[in-house]
Design a protein around this ligand. Structure first.
Ligand SMILES: [Zn+2]
Length: 268
Protein backbone atom coordinates (compact mmCIF):
# COMPACT_ATOMS: atom_id res chain seq x y z
CA UNK A 1 0.00 0.00 0.00
CA UNK A 2 1.26 3.42 -0.91
CA UNK A 3 1.84 5.90 1.83
CA UNK A 4 1.74 9.60 1.18
CA UNK A 5 2.36 12.70 3.17
CA UNK A 6 -0.35 14.92 4.35
CA UNK A 7 1.36 18.13 4.65
CA UNK A 8 4.90 17.42 3.76
CA UNK A 9 5.48 15.45 6.86
CA UNK A 10 5.69 11.85 7.37
CA UNK A 11 7.95 8.94 7.77
CA UNK A 12 7.98 5.58 9.33
CA UNK A 13 7.93 5.51 13.10
CA UNK A 14 11.00 3.29 13.18
CA UNK A 15 13.00 5.98 11.42
CA UNK A 16 12.16 8.77 13.79
CA UNK A 17 12.48 7.15 17.16
CA UNK A 18 8.74 6.66 17.62
CA UNK A 19 8.19 10.14 18.97
CA UNK A 20 4.65 10.12 20.26
CA UNK A 21 1.72 12.41 20.70
CA UNK A 22 1.23 14.65 23.72
CA UNK A 23 -2.42 13.68 24.05
CA UNK A 24 -4.40 10.46 24.06
CA UNK A 25 -6.08 10.20 20.67
CA UNK A 26 -9.21 8.27 19.75
CA UNK A 27 -8.89 4.91 18.03
CA UNK A 28 -10.18 4.72 14.48
CA UNK A 29 -13.59 3.16 14.43
CA UNK A 30 -13.99 0.41 11.77
CA UNK A 31 -17.32 1.79 10.71
CA UNK A 32 -15.87 5.25 10.16
CA UNK A 33 -13.01 3.75 8.19
CA UNK A 34 -15.25 1.86 5.82
CA UNK A 35 -17.45 4.93 5.36
CA UNK A 36 -14.36 6.99 4.56
CA UNK A 37 -13.14 4.37 2.10
CA UNK A 38 -16.47 4.40 0.28
CA UNK A 39 -16.55 8.17 0.28
CA UNK A 40 -13.10 8.53 -1.24
CA UNK A 41 -13.84 5.86 -3.82
CA UNK A 42 -17.05 7.62 -4.83
CA UNK A 43 -15.49 11.09 -4.92
CA UNK A 44 -14.29 10.77 -8.48
CA UNK A 45 -10.99 11.37 -10.15
CA UNK A 46 -8.09 13.59 -9.24
CA UNK A 47 -8.92 16.95 -7.71
CA UNK A 48 -8.85 20.10 -9.82
CA UNK A 49 -6.47 22.98 -9.25
CA UNK A 50 -8.10 26.39 -9.37
CA UNK A 51 -6.34 29.33 -10.95
CA UNK A 52 -5.73 32.06 -8.39
CA UNK A 53 -3.80 35.30 -8.62
CA UNK A 54 -1.06 36.06 -6.11
CA UNK A 55 -3.39 38.57 -4.53
CA UNK A 56 -6.18 36.03 -4.15
CA UNK A 57 -3.82 33.48 -2.58
CA UNK A 58 -2.54 36.11 -0.17
CA UNK A 59 -6.05 37.22 0.74
CA UNK A 60 -7.26 33.68 1.38
CA UNK A 61 -4.25 32.87 3.56
CA UNK A 62 -4.47 36.09 5.54
CA UNK A 63 -8.19 35.71 6.07
CA UNK A 64 -7.90 32.06 7.15
CA UNK A 65 -5.14 32.93 9.60
CA UNK A 66 -7.04 35.84 11.06
CA UNK A 67 -9.98 33.55 11.81
CA UNK A 68 -8.03 30.94 13.72
CA UNK A 69 -5.06 32.76 15.16
CA UNK A 70 -6.57 34.04 18.43
CA UNK A 71 -7.90 30.63 19.45
CA UNK A 72 -4.78 28.86 18.19
CA UNK A 73 -2.68 31.13 20.39
CA UNK A 74 -4.99 30.48 23.33
CA UNK A 75 -4.90 26.71 22.83
CA UNK A 76 -1.13 26.71 22.56
CA UNK A 77 -0.87 28.59 25.85
CA UNK A 78 -3.31 26.19 27.46
CA UNK A 79 -1.21 23.20 26.36
CA UNK A 80 1.97 24.90 27.51
CA UNK A 81 4.33 22.32 26.00
CA UNK A 82 5.28 23.66 22.61
CA UNK A 83 6.26 26.65 20.52
CA UNK A 84 3.65 29.42 20.53
CA UNK A 85 5.67 32.15 18.84
CA UNK A 86 5.23 31.33 15.17
CA UNK A 87 6.94 32.53 12.05
CA UNK A 88 4.18 32.07 9.51
CA UNK A 89 4.94 32.43 5.86
CA UNK A 90 3.87 31.23 2.46
CA UNK A 91 5.68 29.44 -0.31
CA UNK A 92 5.33 29.91 -4.04
CA UNK A 93 5.57 26.15 -4.55
CA UNK A 94 2.73 24.58 -6.53
CA UNK A 95 2.97 21.34 -4.56
CA UNK A 96 -0.07 20.53 -2.41
CA UNK A 97 1.84 20.86 0.81
CA UNK A 98 2.53 22.78 3.96
CA UNK A 99 5.11 22.36 6.68
CA UNK A 100 6.54 23.26 10.04
CA UNK A 101 10.14 23.64 11.16
CA UNK A 102 12.32 24.94 13.92
CA UNK A 103 12.01 28.43 15.38
CA UNK A 104 8.25 28.29 15.00
CA UNK A 105 8.38 28.15 11.22
CA UNK A 106 5.04 27.42 9.60
CA UNK A 107 4.44 27.67 5.89
CA UNK A 108 1.65 26.84 3.48
CA UNK A 109 2.32 26.42 -0.22
CA UNK A 110 0.38 28.39 -2.77
CA UNK A 111 -0.29 25.00 -4.40
CA UNK A 112 -2.22 23.81 -1.38
CA UNK A 113 -4.46 26.87 -1.50
CA UNK A 114 -5.05 26.26 -5.21
CA UNK A 115 -6.41 22.81 -4.42
CA UNK A 116 -8.73 23.94 -1.64
CA UNK A 117 -12.44 24.43 -2.23
CA UNK A 118 -12.92 27.05 0.46
CA UNK A 119 -11.22 29.10 3.16
CA UNK A 120 -12.15 26.59 5.86
CA UNK A 121 -9.82 24.05 4.24
CA UNK A 122 -6.98 26.57 4.41
CA UNK A 123 -7.80 27.10 8.09
CA UNK A 124 -7.44 23.34 8.54
CA UNK A 125 -3.99 23.34 6.91
CA UNK A 126 -2.72 26.21 9.06
CA UNK A 127 -4.27 24.61 12.14
CA UNK A 128 -2.45 21.35 11.41
CA UNK A 129 0.98 23.01 11.21
CA UNK A 130 0.21 25.11 14.29
CA UNK A 131 -0.69 21.83 16.00
CA UNK A 132 2.79 20.46 15.29
CA UNK A 133 4.30 23.56 16.91
CA UNK A 134 1.91 23.66 19.85
CA UNK A 135 2.63 20.02 20.69
CA UNK A 136 6.38 20.58 20.32
CA UNK A 137 6.70 17.87 17.67
CA UNK A 138 9.75 19.47 16.08
CA UNK A 139 11.88 19.57 19.21
CA UNK A 140 10.58 16.17 20.31
CA UNK A 141 12.13 14.46 17.35
CA UNK A 142 15.87 14.40 16.99
CA UNK A 143 15.74 14.01 13.21
CA UNK A 144 13.25 16.81 12.91
CA UNK A 145 15.38 19.08 15.03
CA UNK A 146 18.44 18.77 12.81
CA UNK A 147 16.53 18.96 9.55
CA UNK A 148 14.29 21.71 10.80
CA UNK A 149 17.19 23.94 11.78
CA UNK A 150 18.66 23.56 8.31
CA UNK A 151 15.36 24.28 6.62
CA UNK A 152 14.74 27.32 8.76
CA UNK A 153 18.07 28.74 7.72
CA UNK A 154 17.54 28.00 4.05
CA UNK A 155 14.04 29.37 3.88
CA UNK A 156 14.93 32.37 6.00
CA UNK A 157 17.87 33.24 3.80
CA UNK A 158 16.04 32.66 0.56
CA UNK A 159 12.81 34.48 1.11
CA UNK A 160 12.86 36.07 4.52
CA UNK A 161 10.64 34.71 7.23
CA UNK A 162 7.67 36.77 8.21
CA UNK A 163 7.52 37.62 11.86
CA UNK A 164 4.37 37.13 13.85
CA UNK A 165 3.58 40.81 13.61
CA UNK A 166 4.01 41.00 9.85
CA UNK A 167 2.73 37.68 8.64
CA UNK A 168 1.83 37.39 5.00
CA UNK A 169 2.68 40.85 3.76
CA UNK A 170 1.26 41.55 0.34
CA UNK A 171 4.69 41.40 -1.24
CA UNK A 172 5.73 38.07 0.22
CA UNK A 173 4.44 35.64 -2.36
CA UNK A 174 5.50 37.67 -5.36
CA UNK A 175 8.96 38.13 -3.92
CA UNK A 176 9.53 34.42 -3.49
CA UNK A 177 11.87 32.67 -5.88
CA UNK A 178 12.38 29.14 -7.05
CA UNK A 179 14.80 28.85 -4.15
CA UNK A 180 11.80 29.20 -1.89
CA UNK A 181 10.09 26.32 -3.62
CA UNK A 182 13.17 24.16 -3.21
CA UNK A 183 13.25 25.04 0.46
CA UNK A 184 9.63 23.94 0.71
CA UNK A 185 10.57 20.64 -0.85
CA UNK A 186 13.32 20.19 1.71
CA UNK A 187 10.96 20.85 4.57
CA UNK A 188 9.03 17.90 3.21
CA UNK A 189 11.76 15.59 4.37
CA UNK A 190 11.09 16.34 8.02
CA UNK A 191 9.64 13.22 9.53
CA UNK A 192 6.90 13.23 12.10
CA UNK A 193 5.49 10.02 13.45
CA UNK A 194 2.05 8.84 12.49
CA UNK A 195 0.71 9.63 15.96
CA UNK A 196 2.14 13.13 15.74
CA UNK A 197 0.42 13.61 12.38
CA UNK A 198 -2.84 12.45 13.87
CA UNK A 199 -2.37 14.75 16.84
CA UNK A 200 -1.75 17.72 14.54
CA UNK A 201 -5.06 16.98 12.82
CA UNK A 202 -6.81 16.69 16.18
CA UNK A 203 -5.41 20.00 17.37
CA UNK A 204 -6.37 21.63 14.10
CA UNK A 205 -9.94 20.45 14.66
CA UNK A 206 -9.88 21.89 18.20
CA UNK A 207 -8.66 25.24 16.90
CA UNK A 208 -11.29 25.31 14.16
CA UNK A 209 -14.08 24.31 16.55
CA UNK A 210 -13.12 27.06 18.98
CA UNK A 211 -12.89 29.54 16.10
CA UNK A 212 -16.37 28.66 14.84
CA UNK A 213 -14.91 27.47 11.54
CA UNK A 214 -17.17 24.90 9.87
CA UNK A 215 -15.46 21.55 10.50
CA UNK A 216 -17.43 19.80 7.79
CA UNK A 217 -16.21 22.26 5.18
CA UNK A 218 -12.63 22.00 6.46
CA UNK A 219 -12.84 18.21 6.16
CA UNK A 220 -13.01 18.57 2.38
CA UNK A 221 -9.26 19.08 2.33
CA UNK A 222 -8.75 15.54 3.59
CA UNK A 223 -11.02 14.14 0.90
CA UNK A 224 -9.03 16.07 -1.70
CA UNK A 225 -5.78 14.77 -0.20
CA UNK A 226 -7.07 11.23 -0.38
CA UNK A 227 -8.16 11.68 -3.99
CA UNK A 228 -4.79 13.19 -4.84
CA UNK A 229 -2.68 10.63 -3.05
CA UNK A 230 -1.90 8.66 -6.20
CA UNK A 231 -1.15 11.71 -8.28
CA UNK A 232 2.48 12.69 -8.76
CA UNK A 233 1.63 16.13 -10.11
CA UNK A 234 0.11 17.34 -6.88
CA UNK A 235 3.49 17.16 -5.18
CA UNK A 236 2.49 14.89 -2.34
CA UNK A 237 5.39 12.97 -0.97
CA UNK A 238 5.46 9.23 -0.81
CA UNK A 239 5.86 9.04 2.94
CA UNK A 240 2.60 9.13 4.77
CA UNK A 241 -0.97 7.89 4.61
CA UNK A 242 -3.27 10.59 3.34
CA UNK A 243 -6.18 8.40 2.49
CA UNK A 244 -9.36 7.15 4.15
CA UNK A 245 -7.53 6.36 7.41
CA UNK A 246 -6.80 10.01 7.99
CA UNK A 247 -10.35 10.95 7.09
CA UNK A 248 -11.73 8.40 9.54
CA UNK A 249 -9.43 9.70 12.28
CA UNK A 250 -10.64 13.23 11.58
CA UNK A 251 -14.25 12.10 11.96
CA UNK A 252 -13.43 10.44 15.29
CA UNK A 253 -11.66 13.59 16.45
CA UNK A 254 -14.49 15.89 15.43
CA UNK A 255 -17.09 13.73 17.20
CA UNK A 256 -15.05 13.82 20.39
CA UNK A 257 -14.37 17.54 20.13
CA UNK A 258 -18.03 18.38 19.57
CA UNK A 259 -19.06 16.17 22.48
CA UNK A 260 -16.52 17.88 24.76
CA UNK A 261 -17.33 21.36 23.39
CA UNK A 262 -13.79 21.91 22.20
CA UNK A 263 -11.81 20.52 25.12
CA UNK A 264 -8.33 19.12 24.65
CA UNK A 265 -8.06 15.35 25.18
CA UNK A 266 -6.33 13.86 28.21
CA UNK A 267 -2.54 13.87 28.19
CA UNK A 268 -0.82 10.70 27.06
ZN1 LIG B 1 1.80 17.18 9.68
Amino acid sequence: MKRRSFFALGGACALCGCAGAVHQLPQINDNNLSLAQSEVKASGGPPARRELTDEQVNDIMASALARIRPTAQQMCGEMNVGVCNWNITSSQSRAMNAGAGSNGLIYVNRGLVEYTANEEEVCMAFGHEIGHQAANHIANNQTNQRTGALIGAVLGAAVGVATSSTYLPQSLITSMTSTGARAGGSVGRISFSKSQEREADYLSAVILYRSNVDLDKARGLLVTMARASDRKDTGLLDTHPAGPERLAAWDQAVAQIRASKGALPARA
